[in-house]
Design a protein around this ligand. Structure first.
Ligand SMILES: [Mn+2]
Length: 291
């Protein structure tokens, strides 16, 4: 059933890919921040939504013993429609393979958008292990189930896009509502509240997220493990649900977040846009003073 989407790099030479040169050279190699484990997901390479430069910056500043790619890394759905693959997207593949070469254990758990890789579960591509799901043991001895999360879509229903409807979209919807009803009046049609309809849908989206979190946590409890790490819903989170540790590493389309494990087993969500802003701030202030 699954077909391999044509990739913009030569899959036959996947293992040697790191030997080529990236378009954006690595900036920090020595002195990278070290973590025991890093989880990222929902990168959506192959789409315009992917914040590739920010992820490149993250990969250049952060290192770990193990890195989990928790699905939707390459967006095969989008690539089937139209091939969008700038050099920066190649650079991310290059950096992942390079760190595998340097000794980082890389575990790739394909999601629904990169399900074409699921057929390779159990195989190893240039140091990248492909698995359907994994059990991660933290430094403080907790066992966490790592999976993408689309496994639960049938239960939590669809309408994932509604979760992304922000305030701006809502404002636009309000304006659209006004224009639409002005038009309906012209044709003698009764008022129909698009905004009310949208509000109802947004409320459903909010309940979708909490339902997803609860169901994933319930699955972990059912399997008798301490917690679960997922992606898929593009919402970074770290909380306890009915005695189960629920983690979500977020995404690199909107939130630009990663989940990391420190050497003592402490978990943390890194918000990379904030990290970059904090790093650049003193320099830009100095520049302002000099001007
Ligand atoms: Mn997904």
């Amino acid at each position: 059933m699954a077909t391999i989407t044509r990739l913009p790099f030569d899959a036959a030479h996947f293992a040697d890919f790191h030997a080529t040169q990236p378009a954006i050279p690595e900036r920090v190699v020595a002195g990278r921040r070290q973590y025991r484990t890093v989880w990222i997901s929902d990168v959506h390479l192959g789409t315009r939504g992917c914040n590739a430069e920010m992820l490149i910056d993250f990969l250049d500043h952060v290192d770990s013993e193990t890195m989990y790619l928790v699905g939707d890394i390459i967006d095969g759905w989008a690539m089937k429609k139209r091939l969008y693959w700038p050099a920066t997207h190649n650079d991310i593949v290059w950096r992942v393979l390079k760190r595998a070469k340097r000794g980082t254990r890389i575990v790739y758990i394909p999601g629904n958008h990169d399900e074409m890789f699921r057929q390779f579960s159990g195989l190893d591509f240039g140091g990248v292990e492909i698995l359907r799901q994994a059990i991660h043991e933290t430094a403080d001895g907790r066992r966490l189930l790592v999976l993408h999360g689309d496994e639960f879509d049938a239960i939590t229903m669809s309408h994932r896009w509604l979760a992304h409807l922000g305030d701006y979209a809502y404002e636009a919807l309000m304006a659209l509502n006004r224009w639409m009803n002005a038009g309906r009046r012209l044709f003698g049609l009764p008022y129909w509240s698009l905004s009310k309809y949208a509000k109802q849908k947004v409320k459903n989206a909010v309940s979708f997220i909490s339902k997803f979190e609860e169901i994933v946590a319930h699955e972990a409890a059912h399997r008798g493990i301490d917690g679960v790490i997922a992606g898929h819903i593009h919402k970074a989170e770290m909380r306890e649900i009915q005695g189960v540790h629920y983690y979500n590493d977020g995404d690199w389309v909107e939130g630009c977040t990663a989940l990391v494990e420190h050497y003592d087993g402490t978990m943390e969500i890194l918000h990379w846009a904030d990290e970059m802003a904090a790093r650049d701030a003193p320099e830009s202030e100095a520049r302002l003073e000099a001007a």
